[in-house]
Design a protein around this ligand. Structure first.
Ligand code: SF4
Length: 536
């Protein structure tokens, strides 16, 4: 669900003014076009459905009436307008109301009604009364309005203009009960912005959604009747509801129908294409992504340089490599050497210096990578002498390349979901058209997600030498090996861990979006600093 992105000069949606009264940051987030998919929104939409449908109107109760007050510069929609004797109107606003809560008329509801009534009066109608109908309780509460309510509504319109036209995001509320019922908490992250432990859990509408990997060579994916269908050799090999799709990753020679691409983008879902060998070759993102103004500021910050962010990306990556070695290998001295490099990160004076430290740490980590393989894996001939990158010279390098591409696809999706540009980074550069910000953010996830997946897949026998082919010294994953690796990767990113800063349990995939939103917070001014995830 996309919020009302607002440009200066546009009339303000009345709902946006009401949201400002609820919380200025909520109005700012909505005006930036943030999408939300929380249970509050789903429940509100379901309970609102009848009033949104003008065809359900009766002569005495008009539904979904559009109103505008041109002098004040607001537009909106009344859920129901009842027409009484003599044509006098009564405005009724429908609100979803969990029965455990008292059906209380809030300030934002009063302002919303005052603006709707003002708009109807400006069009020459006589309004005799107004009320809120609480759908959960099935209770109608009359709301008398006085002149001070209309004055407060005009002041709220002015405050909404000032807020949504500001470049700085309003600070989140602190320790405030409104956040518990706010449908935008998932993207606002009010407690996370304070940088300490978080007690509230974010509840999403459907935690069952999944990233769909299309990996069967020669298959074709399309959509029909709200489902994503995959066909190969004339047979349907997969079918799932589009509501369950969080994003799509296409591997190699798989065709997507135009209808499916359009439907995914319409649902604000991204598509990432990878080669069969695991190189991210492109992506498609919804055109109506949020935070356009912040994206411009991201580019400015990227051009000016933000060493504080770059240091965190490298510092967290190095710390996680040391943890990976300590947990899996016998090379305590290697972990200590990597940690020593990590201690030099806060003093680094340039991105070049940081990349030097990162390179030294990576060289130590990969020199000891084979020590983390099981005896059984090594006995089968699996080993890595050196990190060869592309082309891969052995199965471990081929698997690492592939999983790094899966990670990059996920991080591109997470970065784009909050409206940032995957390209404008702070550690990597875009000089070779690489998605620099996505690569920056990948760093802290490489050891705990990607490297762990590769080690686990070899050590538990999911990947064997037969899953690879060799041609003139280049090692490639066969399709069966790719499938095993994708399955292992999906298990890992859906695994929960305790976030070291916020203290709550979350999945690795959700953590990628949380960290992307922390970068956004630094850019839009709603938080002081970025802290990378460091595993212990
Ligand atoms: S979560 Fe809290 S601070 Fe954030 S928008 Fe909602 S009410 Fe405002």
């Amino acid at each position: 669900m996309t919020g009302p992105a607002v440009s200066p000069g546009d009339p303000l949606p009345i709902s946006l003014v009401a949201h400002l009264v609820f919380c200025p940051r909520r109005a700012w987030i909505e005006a930036a076009g943030e999408a939300t998919d929380t249970w509050q929104v789903a429940e509100g939409s379901a309970q609102h459905a009848a009033t949104d449908d003008p065809s359900t109107a009766r002569p005495a109760a008009l539904r979904a009436i559009d109103v505008a007050d041109e002098a004040l510069g607001v537009v909106g929609r009344c859920d129901t307008v009842e027409v009484g004797p003599g044509g006098q109107l009564t405005v009724v606003e429908y609100k979803s109301s969990p029965v455990r809560h008292e059906p209380r008329v809030t300030d934002s509801m009063r302002i919303q009604l005052a603006l709707q009534v003002g708009a109807l009066r400006s069009a020459g109608h006589v309004v005799a009364g107004q009320a809120v109908y609480f759908t959960g309780h099935r209770v109608r509460v009359p709301v008398p309005l006085a002149e001070e309510d209309f004055a407060a509504a005009r002041a709220a319109v002015a405050a909404t203009h000032a807020t949504v036209e500001s470049l700085e995001a309003p600070q989140p509320l602190e320790d405030d009960p409104r956040c518990a019922s706010c449908s935008h908490a998932e993207v606002c992250l009010p407690e996370e912005r304070a940088g300490g432990p978080v007690v509230r859990r974010i509840v999403v509408a459907d935690p069952d959604t999944q990233v769909v990997h299309l990996a069967t060579a020669g298959s074709r994916a399309s959509t029909r009747q709200g489902r994503l269908l995959v066909h190969a050799r004339g047979e349907e090999i997969a079918s799932l509801p589009l509501e369950r799709v969080q994003g799509v990753v296409v591997h190699g020679n798989v065709d997507l129908s135009g209808g499916l691409i359009r439907e995914l983008l319409w649902r604000s879902l991204s598509i990432v294409w990878c080669t069969g060998g695991g190189r991210v070759v492109g992506w498609a993102l919804p055109g109506a992504g949020p935070n356009g103004a912040e994206r411009v500021r991201q580019h400015e910050a990227s051009a000016a340089g933000r060493l504080d962010l770059a240091r965190e990306f490298v510092g967290a990556k190095i710390a996680n490599q040391a943890t990976l070695l300590r947990r899996n290998g016998q090379a305590a001295s290697a972990a200590a050497a990597i940690r020593a490099l990590g201690r030099r990160v806060p003093g680094a004076r340039s991105a070049t210096e940081l990349l030097g430290l990162e390179g030294e740490a990576a060289a130590i980590c990969f020199a000891h990578f084979s020590t983390m393989l099981s005896a059984r894996a090594r006995a089968s001939g699996i080993e890595m002498r050196t990190r060869s990158g592309r082309p891969a010279r052995d199965p471990v390098n081929a698997a690492l390349n592939y999983v790094y591409a899966l990670l990059l696809a996920d991080v591109v999706r997470a970065v784009a979901a909050c409206g940032l540009d995957p390209h404008a980074g702070f550690l990597h550069t875009s000089t070779r058209n690489k998605p620099a910000l996505a690569l920056d953010l990948c760093e802290e996830f490489r050891a705990p997600v990607a490297d762990s997946v590769v080690l686990g897949a070899f050590n538990n026998g999911e990947l064997r030498p037969g899953d690879f082919s060799d041609a003139l010294g280049t090692t490639r994953l066969r399709e069966a090996g790719r499938r095993s690796l994708i399955a292992a990767y999906e298990r890992r990113v859906q695994t929960e861990f305790r976030h070291p800063v916020f203290g709550y349990r979350t999945t690795w995939r959700r953590a990628m979006e949380i960290q992307a939103r922390m970068v956004l917070g630094v850019i839009d001014g709603s938080q002081a600093r970025y802290v990378g995830i460091r595993t212990r």
